[in-house]
Ligand binder design. Structure first.
Ligand code: NAD
Length: 474
């Protein structure tokens, strides 16, 4: 009698996609090797992305709030910022989480192998670690190698004064002036950090608005506040060239009628998007197919064109978000185990951790218009929310995108303090196929920010107790 051997699974990349896939595959009885260049799991998100940026944004929020407290009769002195201590705190946050993941790997019986992996054939990854070479033979592999900052050639300057997000998170100093190229997630989050620490921040965005994928009515309160904090926000403007001159960076800006196109800055952060990390992995030794941007083609189970190899997370397509990778990882592990799993969420939440936060899930108003999808909107302004007034932060909006006739909620967008946390309820509502009536009739605690979701629902029927925007529906 032969005993079935557990499937051998190799996971390449130990970010939120890779470690979730590895842990789940091990829990499903597979023999799992998790490979990454870092000494511990965590990937970009934990080491140089989501987590360190959120630690710094928390500090930035505190600084801004102490300034605003003057309006409530509480006066703080200007903060003294000890950059070494701030860096140390950020590092302790990162260390705690990544060490925890190392311990979890052991508890899940996942073998963690530090090194750079390269496919030799559809069943082998060669891992190089400090001159040592280990061949990992697998029945199945999951590629979860994430993404890297995309820096256009014109902005690629070999100078420490020009940073990508990784370098900016190291907080080398607080520059007097900081140019940020790109008004997307990273530009606005890190711009907020540096502005709170004391830099004069200029954001240059090539499209006509910040956060191009988000609805304009949600961007508006954020842009208004950022304009009061930043030195400048230049829209419809490109950075054509960067050059180092006398210890500073000279940027040549290009826009229709710009008065002074050449401007000098102490530092520059380039945040114009990320590219899937699919180069130099040996994919050519397999039948995996990638598109023109480098994303790996996958199906709904996250199988690539090579039957033994799956791909998840940033390498498998937009949106490049940790929580999407995490769920795809679980789907891939279950698919390998022969379970009927597919990745088909009704909505993937997006959260920009600025102040106010901007978040959405499901269909946006912009997408509905573009795709010609009929919709109705219910907007509840936070100026009518008791909780927001107590916080001195009425700059917010909760809106529902609703399917006419069925009253099903297709999308939810929120801008305001704590909008990211409110996405929990919003995402569940979309995933459960909630109708507006459900939000309207669900008792929400008073006074809370979450009430704005209920109020937006009630408002749709003209029954919001705190805001009148339409006549009651019969
Ligand atoms: P992004 O796509 O969010 O924004 C890039 C911006 O740069 C866009 O607005 C684009 O129009 C602009 N741009 C492009 N080329 C330009 C140029 N030459 N001059 C001026 N502007 C230019 O990209 P990002 O901010 O680099 O972030 C990358 C990805 O990382 C995001 O798409 C997101 O998936 C992820 N991310 C997520 C979070 C979060 O979830 N909170 C935070 C940070 C990053």
């Amino acid at each position: 009698m032969t005993v079935d051997q557990p499937l051998r699974v190799a996971v390449l990349g130990a970010g939120p996609g890779g470690y979730a896939a590895a842990f789940h595959a091990a829990d499903l009885g597979m023999n799992v090797t998790l490979i990454d260049e870092s000494p511990l799991p965590g990937g970009v998100c934990l080491f140089r992305g989501c987590i360190p940026s959120k630690a710094l944004l928390h500090a930035a929020h505190l600084i801004e709030e102490t300034r605003e407290a003057a309006a409530w009769g509480i006066n703080f002195a200007e903060p003294e910022i000890d950059l070494t201590a701030l860096r140390g705190w950020k590092q302790r946050v990162v260390d705690r989480l990544t060490r925890g993941l190392g311990a979890l790997s052991r508890q899940h019986s996942v073998r963690y192998l530090q090194g750079r992996g390269h496919f030799e054939d559809p069943n082998t990854i060669r891992v190089r670690t400090d001159g040592e070479v280990t061949d990992i033979n697998f029945d199945y592999a999951i590629i979860a190698t994430g993404s890297v900052p995309a820096i256009p050639a014109a902005l690629r300057l070999n100078s420490p004064l020009v940073m990508d997000s990784t370098a900016a998170l190291d907080l080398p100093d607080v520059p007097g002036s900081l140019l940020i190229v790109g008004g997307g997630y990273i530009g606005l989050e890190l711009g907020s950090v540096y502005s709170a620490l004391g830099s004069r921040v200029t954001v240059v965005e090539m499209t006509g608005g910040l956060l191009p994928g988000a609805d304009r009515d949600l961007v508006e309160p954020l842009e208004k506040r950022l304009r009061s904090q930043f030195e400048a926000i230049l829209l419809n403007t490109r950075v054509a060239e960067l050059a180092e001159q006398d210890g500073r960076i000279r940027a040549r800006l290009s826009a229709a009628d710009i008065a002074d196109p050449e401007r000098d800055f102490d530092r520059v952060l380039v945040a114009v998007g990320r590219a899937p990390n699919t180069r130099n992995l040996g994919l050519e030794q397999t039948s995996i197919e990638v598109d023109s941007r480098g994303f790996i083609h996958v199906d709904h189970m996250r199988r690539t064109a090579e039957p033994t190899i799956f791909a998840i997370g940033d390498v498998a397509g937009e949106p490049m978000l940790a929580h999407k990778a995490n769920h795809e990882g679980r789907v891939a592990a279950e698919a390998i185990a022969g379970q009927p799993a597919i990745f088909d969420p009704a909505g993937i939440p997006a959260v920009v951790f600025t102040d106010p936060e901007l978040a959405w899930c499901g269909l946006t108003e912009g997408q509905a218009r573009e795709r010609g999808i009929p919709f109705e909107v219910s907007r509840f302004p936070w100026a009518a929310s008791g909780r927001n007034i107590t916080m001195g932060r009425t700059d917010g909006l909760t809106k529902l995108i609703i399917e006419p006739g069925t009253e099903r909620i297709l999308g939810i967008g929120i801008v305001g303090v704590g909008a990211g946390e409110l996405m929990g309820e919003a995402t569940l509502a979309i995933e459960m196929g909630t109708r507006v009536t459900d939000l309207h009739l669900t008792v929400h605690a008073h006074p809370t920010l979450a009430e704005t979701l209920m109020e937006a629902g009630s408002l749709y029927f003209g029954h919001s107790p705190h805001y009148i925007a339409r006549a009651p529906r019969p």
